[in-house]
Design a protein around this ligand. Structure first.
Ligand code: 5GP
Ligand code: ZN
Length: 111
């Protein structure tokens, strides 16, 4: 499949790896929006949160356990987890990903 994040997860396109296991891959964002900014993606192609069904839900739960573990390992005390769904919300890559941002003050609501 011609998908940027499938290629990154498969190692076809290089990235700065944070974590990897059989189900998911985490890597630093190429255009960081905070001092720490990495993405966690399932290795299986899922378009976005809008496509998560009961079959995919365990992978998403696993990704959140990985986020908590990696954040602990990086010593992050406060961070934000974001997933954009669709272009109006700012999704630019149509492969499910969770942004993990940390290291600066953040505002609410997001822009
Ligand atoms: P979205 O805009 O879909 O929520 O998030 C996509 C993210 O992927 C953006 O923050 C963008 O900087 C990042 N990104 C796009 N292309 C690449 C790439 O080739 N390598 C890495 N590491 N990040 C990328
Ligand atoms: Zn994909």
């Amino acid at each position: 499949m011609d998908c940027l994040f499938c290629k990154i997860a498969g190692g076809e396109i290089p990235s700065k790896k944070v974590y990897e296991d059989e189900l998911c891959y985490a890597f630093y964002d190429i255009d960081p929006q905070a001092p720490v900014h990495f993405l966690v993606i399932p290795k299986a192609h899922i378009q976005s949160v809008s496509q998560v069904d009961e079959a995919a839900a365990p992978v998403v739960g696993h990704i959140f356990a990985v986020i908590a573990q990696v954040a602990r390992e990086l010593g992050l005390e406060s961070y934000r987890v974001v997933s954009n769904i669709g272009p109006q919300a700012g999704q630019s890559v149509p492969h499910l990903h969770f942004h993990v941002l940390s290291g600066r003050d953040m505002t609410w609501p997001p822009g």
